[in-house]
Ligand binder design. Sequence first.
Ligand code: SAM
Length: 315
Amino acid sequence: MHHIPVLCHEVIDFLKPKPKGVYIDGTVGLGGHSAAILENSGPDGRVVGIDLDVEALAIAKDRLHDFEGRYSLINGNFAEMDVLLERHSVHAVDGVLFDLGVSSLQLDTPHRGFSFNHTGPLDMRMNAGQSLDGASQTALTAMNVVNDSPMDVLTDIFKQYGEERFAKRIAGRVVQARQRGRIETTTQLAEIVKQTVPQKASKVHPATRIFQALRIHVNTELENLVSGLDVAIPLLKPGGCLCVITFHSLEDRIVKHRFQTLARTCICPPKTPICICEHNPSVEIITKRPVLPSVAETQQNPRARSAKLRAARKL
Ligand SMILES: C[S@@+](CC[C@H](N)C(=O)[O-])C[C@H]1O[C@@H](n2cnc3c(N)ncnc32)[C@H](O)[C@@H]1O
């Protein structure tokens, strides 16, 4: 399985991995970033890699075999990182990375149901495999959402998580179509969307935003991100760095605003005459603007096209 880690040099520049350092890769995926952190923190830097996806963890284990003894892999949700790390006796770390979204493994495996380019069951659960470490599996699949949600709920999901202009129209068509029988596959759904929205000369498939919306909803991705940021900061040692790579504006907005709040000296409501909040900033933002991939990187790895990296340092 070929996976090129996105913005890898930039992540390493911010994390500055060092010997004896301990780093959390909250989205270890196929292990690309973890391998780079381990390479740069020899001979004894450590990585704890977390992922919801057991299939990804098996591949990461293979990829990291040169670093045996210097990494641990945990099947779980980064939103619960504090509890997961406590179980592994890790209390303070030098860096944390979240590289959000789906991996190439998830996108390219038809039975996972993430892509309209392959016919597969409408699943989209990141933790669909048999769980390790007692992590619980999400019961909700995209198939349940598409077939069992009332039209207004579907409209909201498409609008809120897909920022889809034709959300209501598409939800209406889905409800109509499912009266003839359950919508079970990725390509069935993609075809319904394609036939509903006006055909424009656009580079992206008309179902792109609908698939993004369903995936975010099924995996509660935005809620996980909010919690993940909140649990990561207290785990960082002073000077430790948090790097977050996002792939769409909903995620980037959450990271930008959370970083701004954490970096502010005062969080009183705007018209408060004298500061009463006694808020202490906990981070310094190191990326005033998000770091984007170079033209060369996007040419080599089209998946990097929409990536944005933000980083903050613990005070
Ligand atoms: C873009 S991939 C990461 C790729 C990885 N950086 C690499 O170089 O191979 C994102 C990964 O994050 C995982 N993931 C997404 N949300 C998660 C969460 N809340 N907790 C743990 N893993 C998550 C997905 O299962 C997926 O494997």
